[in-house]
Ligand binder design. Structure first.
Ligand SMILES: [Zn+2]
Ligand SMILES: [Zn+2]
Length: 112
């Protein structure tokens, strides 16, 4: 038995890979979140071009186009998930993606 199950049939033991599955399922082609704001990781070059972060400051590891920044990869993934997961949990592939395993962490139970 895998530890994490999705209602689409996807199952896996690794928590971060399950998060990747949800991210794949919900990230739209245009990267526009449910809040109508674009969420996409910015490259270091682009961040320097925008000038939002002073050239003298070290860049955060992850910078989202909405302005969110973090040095933690799981935190950045969570930010994208929160932005992209639809209220009805229907992914861009038209399938419903809801964690169905009772051991799934509470933070993933948006649809509950
Ligand atoms: Zn964002
Ligand atoms: Zn799924």
């Amino acid at each position: 038995m895998s530890r994490y199950h999705c209602s689409c049939g996807f199952a896996i033991d690794a928590e971060d890979e399950f998060g990747d599955h949800l991210l794949m399922a919900f990230t739209p082609d245009d990267d526009i979140g449910t809040d109508s704001i674009m969420h996409a990781e910015m490259s270091d070059e682009f961040i320097r071009l925008t000038g939002d972060i002073p050239a003298s400051s070290p860049l955060p590891r992850h910078v989202c186009s909405c302005g969110f920044t973090t040095n933690e990869t799981p935190e950045f993934d969570d930010h994208l998930l929160v932005s992209f997961v639809t209220p009805d949990s229907i992914g861009v592939d038209g399938e419903k993606h809801v964690p169905v395993d009772p051991s799934t962490p509470d933070r993933w139970k948006w649809a509950a």
